[in-house]
Design a protein. Structure first.
Length: 449
């Protein structure tokens, strides 16, 4: 839950790289099952955090509710007792005992439901007036104990009413579907694309925004009672994946496959493209509360990309310029509460390791140590061979990787500084290069003729 109180970039101009060693500290998770990752989490306060742990290796729900009431000092793990075949997609946690859950199937027959707990997750009761027939909720938010909103889709590629939104004003006893004049006209097959349980929508006061698969933004200024849609958000050919706002007017939306980004200063009704580096797939963006215009972007779940997802992007000027740093952990989701406090979810490494993390650094001071630069690649464009020169001489062989414009690794080998590699088998096009020597990351780009 996030509630704060494509034009691919084929060059690396003014992109700096910084180190941020041990920025993320593991809080543990108390999960002992294998192959688990934190899909998403909800922060009611710095002390009260509930998370959803999934097993990505099996074609059926193998999940847990992971919760803490003391900021991560201790964790409890509970089974999620809901309908068989339902995956838990998102939590909306109000306090230690009250929470709502959006759950749905992943495959046909499509269905879903909203659940409510009043006993800290020990039991869940379906709120049956929301999401009927083939409707499935994926996201849920509550402003307080009475006013809430849930949205999802009918999963109908040919429909023009695929996005489904429900609101409640009595804690979910009765849910009302938005429709008619309350909803903007939808495009054929318009739906939702998301990579984790965090970061897809943004709440600011009574305002809520979320992007769609047709690269528009839906906005409500009255807690979901009525909606309007923007035009094309200008993120290029990629699909909008995450949105973040600083206040009721200013925000950034990002897209993936390929990367794209756009900025608004009128509350999301019009958007201006901004360049965003393609060194990662931009899967989630978050505004850093308490800053003038700082946002942070991560690469998303490790299982859906070959690119190094320990790298994170950040900007202090609303996307005008970007820097990046190599994180000490690979995260699937995160949420920042201030420049010095944030939480993240990733792979579970055991009962007391991995899973949930806490950011303990200052977002401004922790990222000041220069770590990398650009490697020289010649000739550029290249036809048969490519010479790789690092700005700092290395006496050891190092890993050199090449990624195509879609982020797929096209080449990887150990080389020496100044060595030539053969690239004649690569299809013509633009490529990103990455070298890791003596713990330092260097990047570059070249054109294959």
């Amino acid at each position: 839950m996030r509630n704060k109180h494509l034009i691919p970039m084929l060059f690396l101009a003014a992109l700096n790289v910084f180190s941020a060693k041990a920025q993320w500290t593991s809080l543990g998770n108390a999960v002992s099952s294998p192959n688990q990752r934190i899909w998403g989490f909800s922060v009611a306060s710095p002390e009260i955090i509930w998370a959803l742990s999934w097993n990505y290796m099996v074609p059926y729900p193998d999940e847990h509710l992971v919760k803490t009431n003391d900021g991560g000092l201790t964790w409890a793990v509970l089974p999620i007792d809901i309908a068989p075949g339902y995956y838990s997609f998102q939590l909306a946690v109000l306090d230690e005992t009250n929470a709502w859950l959006a759950a749905a199937t992943k495959a046909a027959p499509h269905s879903g439901a909203v659940y409510h707990t009043t006993d800290g997750g020990l039991s869940w009761v379906e709120q049956s007036t929301a999401f009927v027939d083939s409707e499935a909720p994926f996201f849920i938010h509550f402003w307080d104990a009475e006013d809430g909103l849930a949205f999802g889709t009918k999963r109908c590629p040919s429909c023009s009413d695929n996005i489904v939104i429900y609101t409640t004003h009595d804690g979910g006893v009765k849910w009302t579907k938005a429709g008619g004049a309350e909803m903007p006209a939808q495009l054929e097959g318009e739906g939702l694309i998301f990579f984790s349980g965090n970061g897809y929508y943004q709440v600011m006061g009574d305002n809520i925004w979320f992007p769609t698969s047709k690269n528009r933004v839906f906005r409500s200024t009255d807690r979901g009672l009525s909606w309007e849609a923007s035009g094309d958000i200008m993120v290029g050919p990629g699909r909008a994946a995450s949105i973040a706002f600083k206040d009721e007017l200013n925000g950034i939306v990002i897209a993936a496959f390929p990367n794209g980004a756009a900025r608004t200063n009128d509350g999301g009704m019009s958007w201006t493209p901004v360049n965003i580096p393609s060194i990662i797939w931009s899967a989630e963006i978050d505004y850093i509360p308490g800053t003038e215009a700082s946002y942070i972007v991560h690469n998303g779940a490790a299982w859906w990309t070959e690119m190094d997802n320990s790298i994170m992007l950040f900007t202090h000027d609303a996307g005008e310029t970007w820097d990046y740093f190599t994180s000490n952990v690979k995260l699937d989701c995160f949420e920042f509460l201030s420049p010095t406090l944030g939480f993240g979810g990733g792979g579970v490494n055991g009962y007391s390791s991995g899973g949930m993390y806490r950011w303990r650094w200052d977002i401004f001071t922790a990222l000041r140590e220069p770590l990398a630069g650009q490697c020289a690649l010649s000739p550029n464009p290249a036809a048969h061979f490519l010479k790789v020169d690092l700005p700092e001489a290395s006496s050891h062989a190092f890993v050199f990787q090449v990624f195509d414009a879609q982020g797929k690794m096209a080449l990887q080998q150990m080389i020496q500084n100044g060595e030539q590699i053969e690239v004649r088998s690569l299809p013509p096009g633009m490529y990103w290069a990455k070298a890791v020597a003596d713990g330092v990351v260097y990047t570059g780009k070249f054109v294959k003729r």
